[in-house]
Design a protein around this ligand. Structure first.
Ligand code: RFL
Length: 391
């Protein structure tokens, strides 16, 4: 059996790529390790940024795959209990960002792909990649009953996240991993509790906290904590008490907690994002710490570039965009890594860092709140649009 592209992973990267390939008339097969139900309820990101909305719009797919409501672009930053509003409005025309939880985007992409006759195989076990530098690659896997299968293809898209198999199929020494550990832990909590008026980031002497909308009656919260804490260190009452203190809001509404985990803030970039017929897409190639909300949005950007590159090759025999895929993606990845790192440092240093670093961070925030030029630069980074006009 053969196809043009085997897509490994049915998360945001894989389902965006598969849907765009289908839209371009390029045959593909998606292999996903987990069940459809499992993938459809995995909650992480909450905002599809302006650039990504315009990307789907350029394919005529924005209304089909993006539920949710337009995001008014306002972000609240609370410093020592004092509120400041910043905006992502950068003066450009076109559709704006949407409040669209990651699982809703994945569900809608999956529906769109399947309704279009797409070939999506859930619960594919033991996926492995072969002949990545040969004339044709092969991807083998097993169905849930253990039956082995193999798919020959022109290209493999590794959309299987940071812990997938695609990247491990690349021989040692081919990829360089640039890794950074911020030395910061975050407790993240999902709760059926009232969302904030605007996404909210708060910093102060008690540390960092954040509150994001995740639907009309749901919220995600973040609390800075020692990186080695476990969720058991954070019983419900401690979570709500600490949020009320750090957000400076004694009246903060609570609700049943539906998920709670602790993770380390880390950043990782693999360079290049290609090996022979294998292209790495999204988290399989790079991890961005969650501050700034870039991880999922970068995955969508990679998928768009790869879909266009494969389409050019299949339709016109033009491999230029395949050859420049990695460099074009990485330019955007480093830009967003820098934004995420800047915001992470600024909001944590403005909290409980040593006094010199604290004053530097407060000066950066003061500039953001009072300089139109600084606010404009921030808006540009939030929308994700490329001011140089590049894709
Ligand atoms: P995913 O979402 O990890 O999907 C990978 C898919 O591949 C499957 N898979 C395999 N399939 C077949 N064979 C194998 N061997 C396989 N191994 C894995 C998996 O089951 C899965 O279905 O990667 P993708 O598509 O690249 O998407 C990346 C995003 O999920 C990620 O960047 C974001 O969630 C990051 N992120 C956020 N991004 C934002 O843009 N804004 C946010 O507000 C935001 N919040 C977050 C986040 C990540 C978080 N975590 C994970 C720490 C909040 C949190 C808590």
């Amino acid at each position: 059996v053969s196809t043009t592209v085997v897509v490994i992973g049915a998360g945001p990267a894989g389902m965006t790529l598969a849907t765009l390939l289908q839209h371009s008339g390029v045959p593909c097969v998606v292999l996903e390790r987990r069940s459809r139900e499992h993938v459809a309820q995995r909650q992480r990101a909450g905002i599809v940024e302006t650039r990504a909305v315009r990307m789907f719009d350029s394919w005529g797919l924005a209304d089909r795959v993006l539920g949710g409501i337009p995001y008014d672009g306002i972000l609240e930053i609370r410093v020592d209990g004092c509120s400041h509003l910043v905006s992502d409005r950068d003066g450009s025309d076109g559709p704006v960002a949407r409040l669209c939880p990651q699982q809703v985007l994945v569900q809608k992409l999956t529906e769109t792909f399947l309704e279009g006759g797409g070939d999506l195989r859930f619960e594919a076990a033991d996926v492995s990649l072969h002949d990545l530098t040969g004339d044709r690659a092969t991807v083998s896997y097993r169905t849930p009953d253990g039956t082995p299968h193999a798919l020959a293809c022109d290209f493999v898209a590794g959309c299987d996240g940071d812990r997938g198999v695609s990247r491990t199929a690349v021989p040692d020494g081919v990829l360089t991993a640039h890794a950074f550990d911020h030395g910061i832990g975050w407790l993240t909590v999902l709760a059926d509790a009232p969302p904030p008026a605007h996404p909210l980031l708060a910093t102060g002497p008690h540390g960092f906290a954040a509150h994001f909308p995740r639907g009309p009656h749901a919220s995600r919260y973040y609390l800075q904590c020692p990186p080695d804490d476990t969720p058991d260190d954070w019983p419900e009452q401690r979570v709500w008490d600490t949020l009320r203190t750090r957000l400076g809001d004694p009246a903060l509404g609570s609700g049943p907690i539906t998920d709670r985990e602790v993770f380390r803030l880390r950043s990782l970039v693999h360079d290049p994002m290609r090996h022979g017929r294998l292209f790495l897409v999204g988290d399989a190639a790079h991890i961005v710490s969650p501050m700034g909300g870039k991880g999922m949005n970068l995955a969508l950007y990679d998928a768009d570039l790869l879909a266009r590159a494969v389409r050019d090759f299949v339709r016109d025999g033009d491999d230029t965009a395949l050859d420049t895929y990695s460099a074009r993606c990485l330019r955007r990845v480093w830009n967003d890594q820098e934004f995420s790192h800047w915001l992470t440092r600024t909001l944590h240093d403005a909290g409980d860092a040593d006094p010199f670093l604290r004053h530097l961070a407060l000066a950066r925030l003061d500039r953001l709140f009072h300089s139109p030029a600084a606010a404009r630069a921030f808006a540009e980074l939030m929308t994700g649009l490329d001011p140089s006009g590049g894709a």
